[in-house]
Design a protein around this ligand. Structure first.
Ligand SMILES: *Cc1c(COP(=O)(O)O)cnc(C)c1O
Length: 228
């Protein structure tokens, strides 16, 4: 199992490298997040111990909790799934970066819970760049006002944007959604909003990560291409 994971990762890293080169970027600036939903904790532990990845994405608190308990700070933990406000407390307790903040209400709840434990929670704003990919995310046109509101909260820090392209047979068709997200990130950056940093663009999954990198992604979230 570990051998095939390591082989898959080697191929993915080569593809990341080539995509970065095409875009005139340095592959070392691109963070590969191994998406481990449905992957058993033993397998993850082995992979992390042998140093083949360090960033891990999970989309459900319940599934993430025992994994984080087992591995703790040997990995960096990313919440990539939809988060309900009533789970904010749990998310703040265990995740380094929450990619899926799409409302002021959720951000306020995260802020409150982070304050309660003396943490400043790093977050990304999830942007809905397509009508079909997901029901979650703030519509592109509403993102800037949302960022401005969330920026006023003391215990959350906006570190960038996340988006999902619709699932398409040809990854080229995902490109316009990544472009849309990058342009939005540039626009927010120009506003120089206090405390807001457009440092990460979390875009690209197994089927479309190369196109996402060509369009500026520096966090790719990859599951199936690693774990089969
Ligand atoms: C599952 C998931 C991924 C990984 O998808 P793959 O197609 O397995 O690479 C990425 N992002 C989110 C939000 C996911 O839920």
């Amino acid at each position: 199992m570990l051998n095939s994971i390591a082989d898959n990762l080697k191929q993915i890293n080569d593809r990341i490298e080539r995509a970065a080169k095409r875009a005139g970027r340095d592959a070392r600036d691109i963070i590969l997040i191994a998406v481990t939903k449905t992957v058993p904790v033993d397998t993850i532990e082995e992979a992390v111990r042998s140093g083949i990845f360090k960033d891990i994405g999970e989309n459900r608190i319940q599934e993430a909790r025992p994994k984080i308990k087992a591995l703790g700070d040997k990995a960096r933990w990313h919440m990539i799934g939809h988060l309900q406000a009533n789970k904010a407390k749990d998310a703040v307790a265990i995740f380094d970066l929450i990619h899926s903040v799409d409302s002021l209400e959720l951000a306020e709840e995260i802020n409150k819970r982070a304050k309660g434990v003396g943490k400043v929670q790093n977050i990304l704003i999830e942007v809905k760049t397509s009508s079909e990919a997901t029901k979650h995310g703030v519509p592109t046109n509403n993102a800037l006002p949302l960022v401005k509101d969330i920026a006023k909260l003391s215990n959350v820090r906006i570190k960038g944007l996340m988006t999902m392209a619709p699932f398409v047979d040809n990854p080229e068709k995902a490109r316009p959604y990544f472009v849309k997200c990058r342009l939005l990130s540039d626009k927010i950056n120009k506003e120089k909003i206090r405390g807001v940093e457009m440092r990460y663009l979390s875009m690209g999954m197994s089927n479309d990560f190369e196109v996402a990198i060509e369009e500026g992604s520096n966090m790719v979230r990859i599951g199936r291409a690693i774990f089969g």
